[in-house]
Ligand binder design. Structure first.
Ligand code: AMP
Ligand code: TRP
Length: 335
């Protein structure tokens, strides 16, 4: 089997409206990486159902993530965009990896601890074994690189551990050890209401996040109301880590403008946040509005989106099936 040297896989869950964290931490990077890599972009619905999803809206959310990929600039003809549950090889390899990963490894996953909280006896088994399926998503394509936001770093390390253990146990070098690509100035976008919390789909406050479905007015309002401290913008980066809200807004600005945090600080040194927020709102609207309107346009033509996903599914299966067969052969299953 020919091994790829530059192949990307990444996944986004269809579990709610996409927000600025998803865009800056992941999707925006997918767009720039598509030139250099062979790409597989997966809407991970099997991961989404590790917590309750309303059956009446799940299909639409799945199409919406697809529309967001395309509207952001991922070329659906050159890349493979597909749905995880439509490629059964993911779940099959996921089971095999459940038998490779160790309980102790999964017990250390901070995302599980955060999501389960005090409720750990009552969450689904799937939420606990979530990272083994994520490893399968990646390794079923022998992907070499995985662009993600900073919050997925630990899951990527687990994926590397699974690949390594499988290779060691079966004395093979079949699975690559994939590299994370955590890129840009906004790898961890924080809540607009609390600089110590990640921007997330599950935050109860709408004002904590900017959604890709927000109107220009919503965006401007949310940025205006975003929490800051009373000081003006700093003269340099020193001490910025002690001002999480300021650091967050500056990182968002830098990432949206494709520049560095240093350069944004240089432009706004000593200025009031009211001035900065006005410019940040204008910049956000100018970057996000075209994506939102393209998403809306795409969502009005479901059959187009479904045809992209169908083609993506076929391409994905053509790559995934031989990898699954080879894995089963290595393990010693009858063929
Ligand atoms: P999810 O919505 O959890 O499926 O996440 C999809 C992608 O967005 C992953 O690569 C995450 O790492 C990334 N992501 C999610 N939230 C954030 C955030 N607040 N900041 C940066 N990246 C994020
Ligand atoms: N766990 C990722 C998240 O919540 C989503 C995901 C599932 C993923 N499978 C993946 C990301 C494979 C990268 C590669 O954000």
């Amino acid at each position: 089997m020919e091994k790829p040297t530059k192949r990307i896989l990444s996944g986004v869950q269809p579990s709610g409206d996409l927000h600025l964290g998803n865009y800056l931490g992941a999707i925006k990077n997918f767009v720039s990486l598509q030139k250099e890599y062979e790409c597989f972009f997966c809407v991970v619905d099997l991961h989404a159902i590790t917590v309750w999803q309303d059956p009446k809206v799940l299909a639409n959310k799945t199409r919406e993530v697809t529309a967001a990929f395309i509207a952001s600039g991922i070329d659906p003809k050159k890349n493979n965009i597909f749905v995880q549950s439509q490629v059964p090889q993911h779940a099959q390899l996921g089971w095999l990896f459940n038998c490779v990963a160790r309980m102790g490894w999964l017990n250390r996953m901070t995302q599980f601890k955060d999501k389960a909280g005090k409720n750990s006896e009552n969450v689904s088994v799937g939420l606990f074994s979530y990272p083994t399926l994520m490893a399968a998503d990646i390794l079923i394509y022998l992907a070499t690189h995985v662009p993600v936001g900073d919050d997925q770093k630990q899951h990527l390390e687990l994926t590397r551990d699974i690949a390594q253990k499988f290779n060691n146990d079966f004395k093979t070098d079949f699975f690559p050890i994939p590299e994370p690509l955590i890129l840009g100035e906004a790898t961890r976008v924080m809540s607009l209401r609390d600089g110590s919390k990640k921007m997330s789909k599950s935050d109860p406050s709408d004002y904590s996040r900017i959604m890709l479905t927000d109107t220009a007015e919503n965006i401007t309002q949310k940025i205006k109301k975003a929490k800051t401290d009373p000081e003006p913008l700093p003269q340099d980066k020193t001490g910025l880590e002690k001002r999480p809200e300021a650091e967050n807004l500056i990182s968002i600005f830098a990432s949206l403008q494709d520049t560095s945090i240093e350069s944004v600080i240089k432009d706004y040194a000593g200025k009031e946040f009211s001035t900065f927020k006005k410019d940040l709102a204008d910049l956000s609207v100018s970057k996000l509005e075209p994506i939102t309107s393209e998403m809306n346009k795409l969502m009005s033509d479901v059959s187009y989106i479904d045809s992209i996903l169908n083609q993506g599914k076929e391409n994905a299966i053509a790559v995934a099936e031989p990898v699954l067969q080879k894995t089963k052969e290595i393990i010693g299953f009858l063929s």
